[in-house]
Design a protein around this ligand. Structure first.
Ligand code: ZN
Ligand code: ZN
Length: 411
């Protein structure tokens, strides 16, 4: 029987994860989180990391059966708790300059059958406990990256009509191709791709737009941009001086919206898979930056709870541009995974902003970021608003308009 997941492609993905995604430095420690099914990739990444001179590599594995065991058996009080000691340890590791690698691949609908109330409480307790560690990542203190692994459960959601082996093989192929690891020299290929993204962010940064105006079916949204916002995309340099690629794959260029200057209506163009639940056909209305009306055809209760997480959860922390012709979009596959789906379409994110998306962002205090319009929240949840039908204008301070996107492509 042939392996549905090519061992050679896994080797190349491990190499890209360590050399491009992390650009792991000699002597640097590494914290890996992964589903237990991704062990073949975890082992390869660990080997590649030690070849690159890693100090200590620490994998932390999760298992979907164990996650479900909690929802099915734990007493009510459990759902307000989280492993805060573990996240405190992670935060300490990052304080000591450890790098961070996440492998994603869990069943996107793992928790779909569970009580949304418990899912929300557990999610909130987790976000709260995770905040000290997440801040190091959101502030880009250290080099970090996310890659993915084609688990059987995920493949079954993406290709429900195929036998398991075939589904895993097809998902693997799609992931490896989107992650640009199938070519002869994937590391060189990534350096070209980073060059293209860099030329787009350079153009946007030179324009200094005051706002972006999105129009399309169900969408008429003006997204004011934060003062001193800066566009990023592809490789970027963490505060510790290491240039890395935080997402493998990545097709987006993104910046920080102004938390009080978003107005109008917007409709999602792809379902959002959030912590094991699916939220579909989201329609919201913004007033002065805040969502004042929200509905969804599926998962509305989860959406409303999410918006209710804290004050910043109903305001935007990110706006990102992705052409409809991106390879992930062209694959036509709905991955039910933000890492992929957000790189298939323009998107916005509720919640926490990235401080690196400001001029000299690394030097700004959280008060200074807030004063420039940067949003703060325990959550950061991306959802897709781009399609082949979306037009975007850049609006300058003096009101003049510049076409940025037409029919889903760079104008
Ligand atoms: Zn994004
Ligand atoms: Zn995001």
């Amino acid at each position: 029987m042939t392996d549905p997941i090519s061992p050679k492609a896994l080797d190349q993905l491990a190499e890209v994860a360590v050399r491009v995604g992390l650009n792991l430095q000699e002597g640097q420690d590494l914290v890996i989180t992964a589903p237990v099914e991704a062990l073949p990739l975890v082992r390869r990444i660990t080997a590649a990391a030690y070849r690159a001179g890693a100090g200590v590599v620490t994998p932390i594995l999760s298992d979907p059966e164990i996650t479900l065991a909690r929802f099915e058996n734990a007493n009510d009080a459990s759902f307000d708790k989280a492993a805060d000691w573990l996240y405190a340890g992670m935060a300490e590791a990052y304080n000591n300059n450890a790098a961070r690698l996440a492998i994603v691949g869990d069943d996107p609908m793992l928790l779909a059958e569970q009580d949304p109330e418990k899912v929300a409480r557990a999610g909130k307790a987790n976000s709260l406990a995770y905040k000290p560690a997440l801040e190091k990542i959101a502030n880009f203190d250290i080099n970090w990256t996310i890659v993915s692994y084609p688990t059987a459960a995920w493949a079954g959601r993406v290709f429900p009509d195929l036998p398991e082996d075939e589904a895993v093989g097809k998902l693997a192929e799609a992931l490896f191709s989107a992650s640009r690891v199938l070519d002869q020299d994937p590391v060189a290929n990534w350096s070209n791709h980073n060059g293209t993204l860099r030329s787009r962010t350079a153009w946007l940064n030179a324009q200094r737009f005051d706002a972006l105006h999105f129009t399309g079916p169900g969408t008429d949204l003006t997204v004011g941009l934060a003062e001193d916002h800066e566009w990023h995309g592809g490789a970027s340099t963490a505060t510790n001086g290491v240039t890395c690629n935080p997402n493998i794959p990545t097709e987006e260029v993104f910046t920080t919206p102004h938390s009080a200057r978003v107005d109008g209506v917007v409709r999602s163009t792809k379902p959002l898979s959030h912590q094991g639940s699916l939220i579909d056909e989201i329609e919201v209305r913004f007033e002065a930056g805040k969502i004042v009306e929200a509905k969804a055809s599926k998962g509305e209760a989860v959406l409303l709870k999410l918006l209710d997480t804290d004050e910043g959860a109903s305001r935007l922390g990110e706006v990102a541009l992705v052409p409809h012709s991106s390879p992930i979009s062209q694959s036509g596959v709905l991955f039910y995974n933000t890492l992929y789906d957000e790189n298939a379409a323009c998107h916005i994110a509720l919640g926490q902003c990235y401080s690196k998306c400001f001029l000299n962002g690394g030097d700004l205090s959280s008060e200074e970021i807030a004063a420039r319009g940067g949003n703060s929240s325990m959550i950061h949840v991306d959802w897709m608003i781009g399609s082949a039908e979306i037009d975007i204008d850049g609006i300058r301070d003096d009101g003049t308009r510049v076409p940025v996107f037409r029919k889903g492509e760079w104008a």
